[in-house]
Design a protein around this ligand. Structure first.
Ligand code: SDX
Length: 435
C-alpha cells in the first residue's frame, strides 16, 4: 500500500502523533493506526467497526451512498445479467472473468467435486428431523475437515484452491441434503450433466421415483439470486471467517463459523425474518394493516423492526434489492403468480416506508433480504432454507476473502483490544468476611 499523506493526532496534554494515510483505488482513505498504541499508549474505540477498515482487499467494493456494488470491479447489475454463478465464482477466486476454455474447465472441476463422502451423509442422522437446517449446516460444513486431511495446509496455495473448489462444489449437495433430511425424503445424488444451479434444484426437489423436470427460467432466477449473494466486502460473517482464519484454523471450520454468524436475524437470517413478517402481516389483514404496522416499527418500545430494510453501509437503495425485485416479478409471472399477495404487500410496505420521514431521515431502504424470501418461496424453497441458500451463495465470497487474507504477507492473528470499564484491582476476602 502506498502512503498518500499523513494525519496528525494531537492530545489534550500537547502530545501529538503523525499517522500515515493510505489511499484505495476507489473509496475512502484509511489512517494507519497500528503505531497508535505502541507510540501513544491509547486505543481507538469503534464498537461495530463503523469507521474501521479491518484489512485491505481487492475483491468487492461497495459505495453505500451511491448504492454501488462491484465484484472485482464489475457492477453487480452486469454480472447478474451477463454471467452465471460459476463465472462469478471464478471471478471472485481468480480476480478475472474466465474465457470460454477456462469456464469449461472450471465447470468440470466443480462438477467433479459435487459428491460428498458417503460417511458424511450419516452425520445428518445425528440431528432431529425438525432441527433448523442452519444448525445442520454449521455442523456438517465444520465436519468436512474430518474428511480432507490431504489438503489442510493453509500455507499451500494448491491446498487452499482444492479446499475452495470442494466447498463451492459441495455446498449445494450439503444444503439439499439438509432439506431432504428435514422433510424425510431420500438424499438425491448430484447429476453432473446438469448445470450447477439446475443440479442444486434437482437435488432439492427431485425424487428417486421420477425424472425431475428442470425449468430453465426458474434455474436462471435462482442462479441470479446466488450471484447477488456471493460476496459483500467485510460484512459480519465475512469478518468472522477472516478472524477465524487468522488463527490458522482450517478453511472448513472457518466457513462453518461464517454460517453460524450469517444465521443471525440482523444479518443473513433477515430473509427468513422478512418473509415471516410479511406472512404475519398478511394474516392480520395485509395491505390495509400496513399503516398500523409501520407505526409500530417507528415506536421504539415495540422492538419491531422492518426486516429486510436498513443496512450498515447502504444509505441508498441496495442495488441487489432492485435486481431481486425484478427477479421476483419474473418468477411470479412465469409461475402465473403475478397477484401473489405477499409481493403486493411487500411493494405496498416499501412504498409507505420510502415516503415516511422516519425511514427517509435514517436512510433506511430495502436491502437484499426484503424480496429474496418472496422469490425463494415462489421457487418452492421453504422459509427455513432461505439462509442456507444465502450460505451456499456466500461460501465463494467467504473463501475468496479467506484466501486473500492467508496470502497477505502482512497477515497477523486478529486480536482487538477493549476500553475496560470493570472493577479496579481488589483482593479476595475470606468467605467469613464477605458482605
Ligand atoms: C445483510 O453488512 C452487510 O453487507 C450485510 C449483507 C451482506 O450481504 O452480507 O448486506 C446482508 O445482513 C443485510 C441486512 C439484513 N438485516 C435486516 O434486514 C434486519 C433489519 N435491519 C436492521 O436490523 C439494521 O438496519 C441493520 C442491522 C441491517 C443495520 O443496523 P445499523 O447499521 O447498526 O444501524 P442502526 O441499528 O444503528 O440503525 C440506525 C437507526 C436506528 O434508529 P435510531 O436509534 O437512530 O432512532 O435506524 C433504525 C434503528 O433503530 N433502524 C431500523 C431498521 N434498521 C435500522 N428501524 C426499523 N426497521 C429497521 N429495519
Amino acid at each position: 500500500m502506498k502512503e498518500k499523506s499523513s494525519a496528525k493526532l494531537t492530545f489534550g496534554d500537547g502530545r501529538s502523533i503523525d499517522l500515515p494515510v493510505y489511499g484505495g483505488t476507489i473509496g475512502p482513505d484509511a489512517i494507519d493506526i497500528r503505531a497508535l498504541y505502541p507510540k501513544a499508549g491509547v486505543f481507538t474505540y469503534d464498537p461495530g467497526f463503523l469507521s474501521t477498515a479491518s484489512c485491505n482487499s481487492s475483491i468487492t467494493y461497495i459505495d453505500g451512498d451511491e448504492g454501488v456494488l462491484l465484484y472485482r470491479g464489475y457492477p453487480i447489475e452486469q454480472l447478474a445479467t451477463h454471467c452465471d454463478f460459476l463465472e462469478v465464482c471464478y471471478l471472485l477466486w481468480f480476480g478475472e472473468l474466465p474465457n470460454a476454455d477456462q469456464k469449461k474447465d472450471f465447470d468440470l472441476i466443480v462438477a467433479r467435486h459435487t459428491m460428498v463422502h458417503e460417511q458424511l451423509s450419516r452425520l445428518y442422522q445425528g440431528f432431529r428431523r425438525d432441527a433448523h437446517p442452519m444448525s445442520v449446516m454449521v455442523g456438517v460444513v465444520g465436519a468436512l475437515s474430518a474428511f480432507y486431511h490431504d489438503s489442510l495446509d493453509i500455507h499451500n496455495a494448491k491446498h487452499r484452491e482444492i479446499s475452495a473448489f470442494r466447498l463451492i462444489a459441495k455446498l449445494p449437495t450439503i444444503v439439499a441434503m439438509a432439506y431432504k433430511y428435514n422433510v424425510g425424503q431420500p438424499f438425491m445424488y448430484p447429476k453432473n450433466s446438469l448445470s450447477y444451479t439446475a443440479n442444486f434444484m434437482h437435488m432439492m426437489f427431485g425424487v428417486p421415483a421420477e425424472e425431475y423436470e428442470v425449468n430453465p427460467v426458474l434455474v436462471r432466477a435462482l442462479d441470479r439470486i446466488l450471484i447477488l449473494h456471493a460476496d459483500h466486502e467485510q460484512n459480519a460473517s465475512t469478518s468472522t471467517v477472516r478472524l477465524a482464519g487468522s488463527s490458522g484454523a482450517n478453511p472448513f471450520a472457518c466457513i462453518s463459523s461464517g454460517i453460524a454468524c450469517l444465521w443471525g436475524p440482523a444479518h443473513g437470517g433477515a430473509n427468513e425474518a422478512a418473509l415471516n413478517m410479511l406472512t404475519e402481516l398478511q394474516a392480520q389483514g395485509g395491505v390495509e394493516k400496513v399503516g398500523e404496522f409501520v407505526k409500530k416499527v417507528k415506536d421504539k418500545n415495540s422492538g419491531v423492526k422492518l426486516m429486510g430494510f436498513g443496512h450498515r453501509v447502504y444509505k441508498n437503495y441496495d442495488p441487489r434489492a432492485k435486481l431481486m425485485q425484478e427477479t421476483c416479478r419474473e418468477v411470479l409471472d412465469t409461475l402465473g403468480l403475478h397477484d401473489d399477495p405477499l409481493f403486493k404487500l411487500a411493494m405496498a410496505l416499501e412504498k409507505v416506508a420510502l415516503e415516511d420521514e422516519y425511514f427517509v431521515s435514517r436512510k433506511l431502504y430495502p436491502n437484499v433480504d426484503f424480496y429474496s424470501g418472496i422469490v425463494q418461496r415462489a421457487l418452492g424453497i421453504p422459509v427455513s432454507m432461505f439462509t442456507c441458500i444465502f450460505s451456499l451463495a456466500r461460501t465463494v465470497g467467504w473463501i475468496a476473502q479467506w484466501n486473500e487474507m492467508i496470502s497477505d504477507p502482512e497477515q497477523k492473528i486478529g486480536r482487538p483490544r477493549q476500553l475496560y470499564q470493570g472493577a479496579t484491582r481488589r483482593d479476595v476476602l475470606p468467605m467469613a468476611k464477605r458482605p
